[in-house]
Design a protein around this ligand. Structure first.
Ligand SMILES: Nc1ncnc2c1ncn2[C@@H]1O[C@H](COP(=O)(O)OP(=O)(O)OP(=O)(O)O)[C@@H](O)[C@H]1O
Ligand SMILES: [Mg+2]
Length: 242
């Protein structure tokens, strides 16, 4: 469903982010993307959305990421960016959630019904008519997640979906992620959330992929995690202290 083949990317000559990066994510897999600050998690997602120029090949559901395919590819991908300010661009929360369904050809009435269902599922009905730029950080994040629910995409990209969320909303988002049968790629430092939602993990290190495999196997390796500026998820950390 997602394939990177020898992808090279740099923002500038001093800052090479990926050097021949290759990996594959199969349909229906839920994959955690982890790594230190600056490892390239957000960059990897922006590459998939065609927001940055790169060398090599990225294939999404059979389509190479390039200018011609961009609008088709963006219809397949629902995403939550790390900074939700950059993605909510309509005046109200309702307008933003309706944007996807309208884009898929639904009438305004149908689109509002779909938006209402998404808001209900996330327990966000009070946010419906609020102005995006007047929401708190966590409220904005939740509203961005509602846009994905309404869009019913093939692929979900979430960059730090639980950062800024209170414990109730964090738990809610974990439940929602687990109820979505899409192909999912989730970047986060919340390794307990990754354990709760992902079957596989890609660990980005200084020289590309430091580990790729079963989520539990990788997230139990204290030395591997610490070598990459991470720590054991809390549930393993406390077990190791007993
Ligand atoms: N617009 C940009 N211009 C130049 N360099 C950038 C830009 N955006 C990111 N970088 C650099 O690219 C590298 C990868 O950044 P990226 O945002 O992908 O990291 P990340 O893994 O998402 O980090 P974090 O955990 O902090 O979210 C970093 O060294 C960062 O400083
Ligand atoms: Mg990031």
């Amino acid at each position: 469903m997602i394939e990177f083949k020898n992808v090279d990317f740099e923002y500038d000559k001093e800052r090479k982010v990926f050097d021949r990066l290759s990996f594959k994510i199969e349909k229906g897999e839920s994959v955690g993307l982890i790594g230190a600050n600056g490892a390239g998690k957000s960059t990897l997602m922006k590459l998939m959305l065609g927001l940055l120029d790169f060398k090599g090949e990225i294939i999404i559901d059979g389509l190479p990421v390039n200018k011609q395919n961009l609008s088709l590819i963006r219809k397949k991908i629902g995403y939550v960016l790390q900074n939700s300010d950059n993605q909510m661009f309509m005046p109200t929360v309702l307008d933003d959630i309706m944007f996807g369904p309208l884009n898929y050809g639904h009438s305004r009435e149908e689109a509002e019904k779909i938006a209402d269902e998404a808001l209900l599922l996330l327990n966000l009905k009070d946010l419906k008519m609020r102005h995006n730029h007047k929401l708190s950080g966590g409220e904005k994040k939740m509203a961005a997640i509602a846009t994905i629910i309404a869009m019913k995409p093939n692929i979900v990209l979430m960059d730090e979906p639980t950062s800024a969320l209170d414990p109730y909303n964090r738990r809610k988002v974990i439940e929602i992620i687990n109820s979505l049968n899409y192909t999912k790629l989730i970047a986060s430092h919340d390794l307990d959330m990754i354990l709760d939602t992902c079957d596989k993990v890609i660990l980005l290190g200084k020289e590309g992929i430091a580990a790729l495999g079963n989520a539990k196997d990788i997230l139990m390796q204290k030395d591997l995690l610490e070598a990459n500026r991470l720590e054991l998820p809390l549930r393993y950390y406390y077990k190791s202290k007993l």
